[in-house]
Design a binder for this molecule. Structure first.
Ligand SMILES: C[S@@+](CC[C@H](N)C(=O)[O-])C[C@H]1O[C@@H](n2cnc3c(N)ncnc32)[C@H](O)[C@@H]1O
Length: 224
């Protein structure tokens, strides 16, 4: 794998089509300052999320896994002024840093970061009648990805876009006996995706500034 070339081409694409402004650069810098891992989506992937949101004229987004708010900012910027991102995050400090970055981006009115375990928060959201969301971005811990997808379907409508990041894991998904629970989690999710007739889905392999991975893209069928 020519990781160096993939990184250079990713930089080339991002410089051309997804340049970061000061807020996005500072969001990435805030992770180092706060000892938070550098596991945000890339700039180019943030732009892909924007393109997909605009394609569907999305107004409402549910995100699982906020980290420092980098993807949240990309997505909130693609929504109309009265649009809303609800982002779920288990770690209090990540949520605090994300809220600061979202405020610096002038997006506080469009974003709500909720602290808690996604597996606890999602059923409550459905029970409270929240949703359906126009887009759901699953980017939290990997072992429960299949459960997250099932819960996401309860917060969806025909036409809802569901995107799940990190579902190829450097190709480790090919190994049915892989010992890493994250690999097994995304393998269960990928299988479930294939066996869910109410969605039309595929997986894009992703290479570039981050490790070789993949993003699942699904749309809930109109007849679902
Ligand atoms: C890959 S990072 C999210 C990156 C972010 N979407 C971005 O691109 O900027 C995953 C995040 O999910 C959070 N997380 C892990 N387990 C979680 C859970 N059970 N419920 C909610 N959030 C969780 C982690 O604390 C971390 O901040």
């Amino acid at each position: 794998m020519n990781a160096d070339l993939f990184k250079k081409v990713d930089d080339y694409i991002s410089d051309l089509l997804a340049p970061e402004d000061a807020v996005l650069t500072e969001t990435i810098e805030s992770l180092d300052r706060e000892d938070i891992p550098q596991i945000s989506v890339t700039a180019n992937q943030g732009k892909l999320l924007q393109v997909l949101l605009m394609l569907g004229s999305a107004r409402t987004v549910l995100e699982l896994g906020t980290l420092g708010g980098y993807s949240t900012i990309w997505m909130a910027r693609a929504l109309p002024e009265d649009g809303k991102v609800i982002s779920l995050e288990i770690d209090e400090n990540h949520a605090k840093v994300a809220r600061q970055n979202i405020e610096k981006a002038g997006l506080t009115h469009k974003v709500e970061v909720r602290v808690g375990k996604a597996l606890d928060l999602l059923p409550k959201m459905a029970a409270n009648g929240e949703g359906p969301f126009d887009m759901i971005f699953i980017d939290a811990d990997k072992p429960p990805y299949a459960e997250y997808f099932k819960l996401a379907l309860t917060l969806s409508r025909p036409g809802t876009l569901i995107i799940c990041d990190n579902v190829i894991r450097e190709g480790k998904v090919l190994d049915a006996n892989h010992p890493d629970e994250r690999v097994q989690g995304v393998r269960r999710f990928n299988q479930l995706l294939a066996e869910t007739p109410s969605v039309t889905a595929t997986i894009l392999q992703t290479v570039g500034a981050k490790d070789y991975d993949g993003m699942a893209i699904a749309v809930v069928n109109q007849t679902a």
